[in-house]
Design a protein around this ligand. Structure first.
Ligand SMILES: C[S@@+](CC[C@H](N)C(=O)[O-])C[C@H]1O[C@@H](n2cnc3c(N)ncnc32)[C@H](O)[C@@H]1O
Length: 243
């Protein structure tokens, strides 16, 4: 599956965590839900590995691209594309039917992250797992400051939601504690937290492009270790609905 694809700083750490969960469930065909799964960057490889994947996404264009991608990969029969809202899953996905739910780069753009989390937990079976990826606040503060935008960095650091105001492209960003609290409040037990893109966005392109394997290896080595994890561009939380 993912070993046959090129792992990047954006994907390597997440695939490592997902691969461990799939290994724990070896021999099972899992029911997977990808909320805001977009064009299927994770959904299609999971279907190629034999799992049944439903992608719920608000964008018809993304779902059309997903459907094409699944057909090209020969897994159209295992990928269901559903247009819908992440906080209204009850009519789209049977409650307590999902073994693994993905929600990557979505909670920072939706109206009500707590509502999406509640719907996500409602879709999960007891003992099922959740892979959540959110934008990190600390990396955004550091990058704005390093680029000379000290006012924006100060606003990001001070704002309760981790945004720089109405012109910000994201509605919120998370720290390790606030992200974990969102999941815990929704009823999940957080098992692992990793940083994604600890270094990738900080390096000159010549270094990142010139030594891609070394960069992926270093990202994986740093991902679980504080303080590196805490200043990553994204935070990946792996959690479980208690059995
Ligand atoms: C930044 S993309 C992330 C796509 C994919 N999860 C990934 O990591 O590559 C955000 C996706 O969430 C979808 N989205 C945004 N708000 C949503 C909502 N309320 N319900 C479902 N999907 C939503 C968008 O259409 C888009 O495909």
């Amino acid at each position: 599956m993912e070993q046959t694809r090129t792992l990047t700083p954006r994907t390597a750490v997440i695939w490592a965590v997902l691969r461990d969960e799939l290994a724990r469930r070896t021999g099972e065909r899992l029911t997977v839900l990808d909320i805001g799964g977009g064009t299927g960057g994770f959904a299609v490889p999971l279907a190629e590995a034999g799992h049944w994947v439903t992608v719920v996404d608000a964008s018809p264009d993304a779902l059309a691209a997903l459907t094409r991608r699944a057909a090209e990969a020969g897994v159209a029969d295992r990928v269901r594309a559903v247009q819908g809202d992440g906080d209204a899953l009850a009519g789209l996905v049977e409650p307590a039917s999902v073994d693994l739910v993905l929600c990557h780069s979505v909670l920072e753009v939706v109206d009500e992250p707590a509502s999406v989390m509640s719907a996500l937990v409602g879709a999960l079976r007891r003992g099922g797992a959740a892979s959540i990826l959110v934008a990190g606040r600390a990396a955004a503060v550091l990058s704005r400051a390093m680029n000379g935008h000290l006012d924006v960095a100060a606003a990001l650091a001070a704002d309760p939601d981790g945004t720089a105001g109405p012109r910000d492209t994201l509605r919120r960003r998370y720290d390790v504690d606030t992200a974990a609290a969102l999941l815990t409040t929704a009823g999940l037990t957080v098992e692992e937290i990793h940083g994604v893109r600890v270094l990738a966005d900080l390096l000159p392109a010549a270094v990142a492009d010139g030594q891609p394997a070394a960069l992926v290896e270093l990202e994986r080595a740093l991902a679980a270790r504080s303080p590196y994890r805490d200043v990553a561009a994204q935070l990946h939380l792996f959690a479980r609905r208690p059995a």
